[in-house]
Design a protein around this ligand. Structure first.
Ligand code: MG
Length: 332
């Protein structure tokens, strides 16, 4: 069946879509009440909240789909503040002509990923617009920050080490390959980073800063952190993990994995004397098995300054700047 404007009318077709696709996959005690708004029990203390819109094309790709991507993307942003993700809302924009089989698979995938991440989808909305069968999703998430946890870009300090959870560029290379119809085995890294954050906090690692390495890539994110903290970050290029397949693919197209988008990678910045333990903990998780220490945080060259430098394998040092221009549109 194809989506038609009637599915957005609020009438019988909308009801059908609700019960046959969304209700079937998303059912839980909060959502099933079908009230105008979800009523949630909150605790004292701080919550973390994040919202993101997902417009990736193609909507299904090797290693994931827009449904898995939107849950992981929002959950990861909440995790990066040291919070425990609890609730998600989702808004769907369906274009006329979308195949309901595709929608069903995407919604099933969202539900499965939400279960895995331990979050409940508690509110949602659907609109249908004219178009050519596309699908876009906005997700908003809420998490609770446990007492005493303080993770922020501004918290990293000279002497800290930067650990990346795995190889860079996989999601970007996967989407670009699909778009360019290049056959290869590159799979998106789309995934939820909860196993890593659980491992680090579970063993009492004093994490100063975390960021998921999404659009803009590692180069951009390290610059944002250096700016917030007023530090210099020095990256060891030879330590940055990139798979052979992505190395070959990006080399062919003249892309730099340091600026390529990822959807299941993060950095953790930890005190230098806890870095080896944190690395070992990360490597013990599914999503962090290829983790590596790639950089250290140092004093800025002048007070109030910040910079990111990269040491090349030949011993030269250059500035690692932010990404300029659009790397690849509709990657997430
Ligand atoms: Mg983020």
């Amino acid at each position: 069946m194809k989506i038609t404007m009637a599915h957005g009318s609020g009438g019988s077709s909308s009801k059908e879509l609700m019960s046959e696709i969304f209700g079937k996959h998303f059912s839980n005690d909060v959502l099933d009440k079908m009230e105008d708004a979800a009523v949630l029990k909150m605790t004292d203390g701080e919550i973390a909240m994040s919202t993101d819109s997902f417009v990736v094309t193609p909507v299904e790709f090797r290693g994931g789909d827009i449904g898995k991507l939107c849950v992981c993307g929002t959950v990861n942003d909440i995790l990066m503040m040291g919070a425990e993700p609890k609730y998600l809302t989702c808004g769907f924009i369906l274009e006329e002509g979308l195949d309901t089989d595709v929608l069903d698979r995407v919604v099933a995938s969202m539900a499965a990923q939400a279960r895995e991440a331990g979050v409940k989808i508690v509110a949602g909305d659907t609109k249908v617009v004219e178009g050519s069968g596309g699908l876009m999703i906005n997700t908003t998430g809420i998490g609770i920050i446990p007492e005493g946890r303080d993770v922020s870009a501004a918290n990293c300090k000279p002497g800290d080490k930067v650990i990346v959870s795995g190889t860079l560029g996989d999601h970007h290379a996967c989407i670009l390959s699909a778009r360019m119809e290049i056959e290869n085995e590159i799979k998106s890294d789309c995934g939820c980073l909860k196993d890593i954050t659980d491992a680090l906090f579970g063993e009492g690692i004093e994490v100063h800063t975390m960021r998921d390495v999404t659009r803009g890539g590692m180069g951009t994110i390290l610059n944002e952190i250096a700016d917030s903290a007023g530090c210099k970050i020095v990256v060891e290029e030879s330590a940055v993990p990139v798979s052979e397949a992505v190395k070959g693919f990006s080399g062919m197209l003249g892309l730099d994995p340091l600026y390529m988008g990822n959807e299941g990678k993060m950095i953790a910045i930890v005190p230098g004397d806890q870095a080896d333990k944190a690395l070992e903990l990360m490597r013990g998780t599914e999503h962090g098995k290829d983790a590596a220490i790639i950089a250290e945080v140092t004093e800025p060259e002048q007070a109030g300054g910040s910079a990111v430098h990269i040491k090349t394998p030949l011993g030269a040092t250059r500035v690692l700047d932010v990404l300029y221009g659009e790397g690849l549109p509709r990657i997430c």
